[in-house]
Write a protein that binds this ligand. Structure first.
Ligand SMILES: Cc1cc2nc3c(=O)[nH]c(=O)nc-3n(C[C@H](O)[C@H](O)[C@H](O)COP(=O)(O)OP(=O)(O)OC[C@H]3O[C@@H](n4cnc5c(N)ncnc54)[C@H](O)[C@@H]3O)c2cc1C
Length: 348
């Protein structure tokens, strides 16, 4: 029986583990793919206080070393459900004896964390720190280019493209905000939107397209990446199937112009130094919705206190509803969630 089981070994989860361990708690962290989470895709972290410059992998390794040194137990498994021990026992209770056990479990208020690999771990509290996945374009070679030309975060990586040309894929509020930030640093920002129009707020569009170094292609889809050797150097686009025309708010060249006489759309290459993909985030929280309510976008519906509707269950990091998704905010949540869990454990 663990005092705390942390689901997700990203910055939020590992910070939660660190704080609980330093409060003398027994902690298990379960991670499904790689300790460190999203930051392992970043070649350089320069905005975490006290860290001049470090690769995302170094950052992740140091966090993992730190919690292991404090006595964390870890498992490489994918969590598929968290049940109250009472409901888990009730499902299998066939005798009076088993029913009595169910009542005892209810009183103990513990949780069973089950994994895809068949693991079942019992904990008195659970911190859900499942993070988010950035929606990808789904193109060949994309994964290998993440952090090497493809980025998801202008706040994190914008400085690396100072004075250079970047493309931004997407047309919603996130894409517009990313582009506004990039326009302040980059020589040129080229928007690539698959719909014939931008879906983000009018006000943001006004701000963005008032920048002299921004142009846009609408009604285009990205179909591939250009490389010189191993170095990213551009994107390949073609007219999107759902595009009525290649409307272009910034009066850029319309790729529809490349349509040949037979009506076949030629591909066009846009040379650039980086591509920021801002086509949405995917939280993966459905499996836990019974214990921790979700908002309409699938994020855990919780505030800075990191509490949920279930006493003993906490949420931390990018997986919860919030404005800013960064290392600092993930770590802050981890600390808040762990200390709330410690108070709960100490009171029980
Ligand atoms: C390319 C890139 C560069 C970035 N650069 C910066 C930067 O320079 N500075 C900055 O402040 N921020 C940066 N960020 C953002 C930062 O990485 C995130 O805000 C931060 O990692 C969020 O931490 P988290 O722990 O909440 O979630 P995540 O990092 O997403 O970690 C969640 C972890 O949970 C695991 N998990 C999910 N579901 C399960 C499950 N069911 N069972 C087991 N494990 C599960 C995932 O595998 C993952 O490891 C960057 C992000 C990206 C993608």
């Amino acid at each position: 029986m663990y005092d705390m089981i942390v689901v997700g070994g990203g910055p939020a989860g590992m910070t939660a583990a660190l704080y609980a361990l330093r409060n003398g708690k027994q902690v298990l962290v379960i991670e499904k793919s790689g300790f460190g989470g999203q930051i392992t895709h970043s070649p350089k972290v320069e905005n975490y206080p006290g860290t001049l410059q470090m690769s995302g992998n170094e950052f992740a390794d140091q966090m993992l070393d730190q919690i292991l040194a404090q006595g964390a137990e870890i498992e490489f498994e994918a969590v598929v459900s968290v049940e109250t021990a009472a409901s888990a026992a009730a499902e299998t209770a066939e005798t009076a004896e088993a029913a009595a056990e169910t009542t005892a479990a209810e009183n103990r208020k513990t949780f069973i964390v089950r994994t895809e690999e068949g693991g079942a771990y019992e904990g008195r509290t659970v911190v859900l720190a499942t993070g988010v996945k950035h929606r990808m374009l789904g193109l060949e070679g994309e994964n290998e280019l993440v952090g090497e030309g493809i980025s998801f975060c202008a706040v994190c990586d914008g400085d690396f493209y100072s004075g250079q040309t970047v493309c931004v894929a997407g047309g919603g509020n996130s894409a517009l905000q990313e582009a506004i930030l990039l326009a302040q640093k980059c020589k040129e920002v080229i928007m690539l939107q698959d719909l014939p129009y931008f879906t983000g707020e009018e006000k943001l569009q006004e701000v963005l397209f008032a920048c002299p170094n921004v142009r846009a292609y609408t009604g285009v889809k990205i179909t591939g990446f250009e490389k010189t050797g191993d170095t990213f150097c551009g994107v390949e686009i073609e007219k999107a199937a759902n595009s009525a025309n290649g409307a272009d708010p910034a009066e850029a060249a319309d790729p529809a112009e490349t349509t040949d006489a037979a009506g076949t759309v030629e591909k066009q290459v846009i040379p650039c130094d980086g591509l920021f993909v801002a086509i949405g985030l995917i939280p993966e929280n459905e499996a836990f919705a019974e214990l921790a309510a979700l908002n309409t976008y699938g994020y855990f519906d919780s505030d800075e206190r990191c509490l949920t509707k279930t006493p003993g269950i906490y949420v931390a990091g990018d997986c919860r509803s919030k404005e800013i998704r960064q290392l600092t905010t993930a770590a802050a949540d981890g600390a808040v969630a762990a200390l709330a869990a410690c108070r709960y454990l100490n009171a029980g």
